[in-house]
Write a protein that binds this ligand. Structure first.
Ligand code: ADP
Ligand code: MG
Length: 240
């Protein structure tokens, strides 16, 4: 579903991604772990062209995302993203946050978008917040709205960039539960996370990135219980 070939990304003279190659299968749940500043967000952001790769290729469902004529709107419809800081529209209600993009892009009528929003709000447990504004929600509620908003585009792939890092500890579980239920339904997911317990429980595969390279990738069992590389071991010894 996602093929990444020799992905490089520099900001000015600073090379942040140094030749990442990776294949992610349909329905696979992949967690990305690694130290701060190692390039995890940049890697994720390249996958939906929030950052333009310096070189290399990303092929999603058979199409190169940076090919001439490829549409960023089409790409972002296929690839949903959830950010650490929610990025909700503050002056729109919860329901409007969810219906805005599908209506604007002509994917749904207003009625269809409304129905979809209510279905998604039920799924994330926030039906009663449909007319609330983001400022009245807790962090965990905001993040569940952000997930519902991304799902409203009916994406094939969901990217999560530290979705629970900005949350108070008591909010983390509800957000992780929503992500778990998505994983169970077969969504293809790439999740940058510091939640090692979650990564271990939910992922099909874990990728360890350090210094802009994939150092090691394997099943959660392999990576957490029998890491092959000293850098992986050193990182895990600090976070586990
Ligand atoms: P991570 O998500 O693993 O913490 P990032 O991908 O955010 O790492 O960042 C990797 C490196 O790239 C860091 O050194 C960061 O300062 C740098 N960086 C990220 N975004 C930008 C940007 N827009 N401009 C310049 N440098 C950036
Ligand atoms: Mg990051």
């Amino acid at each position: 579903m996602i093929k990444i070939n020799q992905l490089y990304k520099s900001y000015g003279d600073v090379e942040v991604l140094k030749g990442i190659s990776e294949h992610i299968k349909s329905g696979e749940v992949v967690s990305v772990i690694g130290p701060s500043g190692s390039g995890k967000s940049t890697f994720l952001r390249c996958m939906n062209l929030l950052e333009m790769p310096t070189s290399g290729d990303i092929i999603i469902e058979g199409e190169s995302i940076s090919a001439k004529g490829a549409s960023v709107d089409d790409l972002r419809q296929k690839v949903g993203m959830v950010f650490q800081n929610f990025n909700l529209f503050p002056h729109k209600t919860v329901k409007q946050n969810i219906t805005l993009a599908p209506i604007k892009l002509g994917l749904m009528t207003a009625k269809e978008a409304d129905d979809k929003a209510l279905e998604l709000l039920a799924m994330v447990g926030l039906t009663d917040k449909r007319d609330a504004y983001p400022s009245s929600l807790s962090g965990g509620q905001k993040q569940r709205v952000a997930i519902a908003r991304a799902l409203a585009m009916q994406p094939d792939i969901m990217l999560f960039d530290e979705p629970t890092s900005a949350l108070d500890p008591e909010m983390v579980g509800d957000v992780l539960d929503v992500m778990k239920s998505l994983a169970k339904r077969g969504m293809t997911m790439v999740i940058v996370t510091h939640e090692m317990g979650f990564a271990r429980e939910v992922s099909d595969r874990v990728i360890f990135i350090d210094g802009g390279n994939i150092v090691e990738s394997g099943t959660p069992e392999d990576l957490f219980s029998a890491p092959k590389h000293s850098r992986t071991r050193a990182f895990l010894s600090k976070v586990l």
